[in-house]
Design a protein around this ligand. Structure first.
Ligand SMILES: [Zn+2]
Length: 351
């Protein structure tokens, strides 16, 4: 009646009264639905949903009629509808508080805290609300995994760059067969050792320059870095271009660039052209380039931990493909650096 009258008369007072009535009715419906939902434990039933819809409609009308109270409650009710659809409507205030705190921690990228709080909320939540909380928890695990994997990847990139520089230095020294100042000219067989000494010194200088903290660390770290720096890019270039000479009677075999013995292999080195080496020197060069690079302990731990987090995320929310995709990326890096648990050296990263 009032509604019709309002439309016909356009009387301001009458409109306000109508808006008031609609607001009050809307709030009543929503509150009642909320109470029912708290008691139902079955989540959002159709009956409750239709009651919520009615309440929302009343508030929308009140809002359109210019009611401020109507507009405020309409926004609140819309939020409740979203919660209801996600199974979080009418949650216990304690659980709602935990979720709220968890979301704040997530906004600040404090993922450990966000995960801890959300797990707590999830354990206390009724069955109906679990799925929605699992999805949020999955997001948090994934975000933490991404954060860790990014940090690890930055470190790996730094290592790859240092390694590339070192390869250049080592290969230069090796090919020049240079004697090391202070060591005198060594016999052929000792050349490789001299190269390693120089490499060690160069490494030490690089490590010292790279950062005081790193520079302070002991010999073990130095050796580890040496292993890391020697490596992959040139290995790959070489593996594809390493050509053993076929026996080629008629033409004289080329000589080893380092010792003048007859050459057994020809290397096509990036930036250095073709280099022929005898089998002894070929083996030595191959040793330089075939070392397995390894990330440091912290980086290895981050990679493994990110893999675990992506696993958690995809278990909690199997439909979200991105979690599984991230898990595969982490798994590829674990493969590359042999960090699986069944590897004696790497088992410690999994605890
Ligand atoms: Zn040689």
């Amino acid at each position: 009646m009032l509604r019709k009258a309002g439309k016909v008369v356009k009387d301001k007072e009458l409109t306000e009264t109508l808006a008031e009535i609609l607001t009050t009715r809307g709030i009543g419906l929503i509150n009642e639905a909320q109470k029912k939902l708290q008691e139902s434990r079955k989540g959002l039933t159709r009956l409750i949903e239709s009651q919520v819809d009615k309440g929302v409609k009343c508030l929308k009308e009140a809002k359109d009629l210019g009611s401020k109270r109507g507009a405020e409650n309409y926004e609140r009710a819309k939020g409740l509808v979203e919660q209801a659809k996600s199974g979080l409507f009418g949650l216990d205030p304690e659980i709602a508080g935990l979720i709220n705190q968890a979301q704040k921690a997530a906004e600040g990228s404090r993922w450990d805290e966000a995960i801890r709080l959300m797990k707590k909320a999830r354990d206390k939540a009724p069955e109906a609300g679990r799925e929605a909380l699992d999805k949020m928890l999955a997001q948090f695990y994934n975000a933490r995994g991404v954060q860790m994997l990014n940090t690890a990847t930055e470190k790996l990139n730094d290592m790859a760059q240092s390694r590339q520089k070192m390869i250049g230095t080592l290969v230069d020294l090796f090919l020049e067969g240079k004697s090391v100042p202070g060591f005198g000219t060594k016999p052929k067989k000792k050349k490789w050792k001299a190269v390693m000494v120089v490499a060690g010194i160069v490494l030490l200088v690089i490590v010292m320059l790279a950062g005081g903290e790193e520079g302070q660390k002991a010999l073990g770290q130095l050796i580890l870095l040496a292993l890391i720096m020697i490596g992959v890019p040139i290995v790959q270039a070489l593996k594809s271009t390493l050509n053993p000479f076929s026996s080629n009677p008629g033409s004289g075999l080329p000589r080893c660039r380092l010792c003048r013995e007859s050459a057994s292999y020809r290397f096509d080195l990036p930036g250095k052209g073709e280099v022929s080496l005898c089998s002894t020197h070929s083996d030595e060069l191959r040793k330089i380039i075939e070392f397995e690079p390894r990330p440091d302990d912290l980086t290895a731990r981050l990679i493994v931990a990110s893999f675990k987090d992506f696993g958690q995320a995809s278990t909690l929310d199997p439909q979200a493909e991105v979690f599984d995709k991230n898990r595969r990326s982490a798994s590829e890096i674990i493969d590359r650096f042999h960090l699986w648990q069944n590897n004696d050296n790497a088992a410690k990263y999994w605890t």
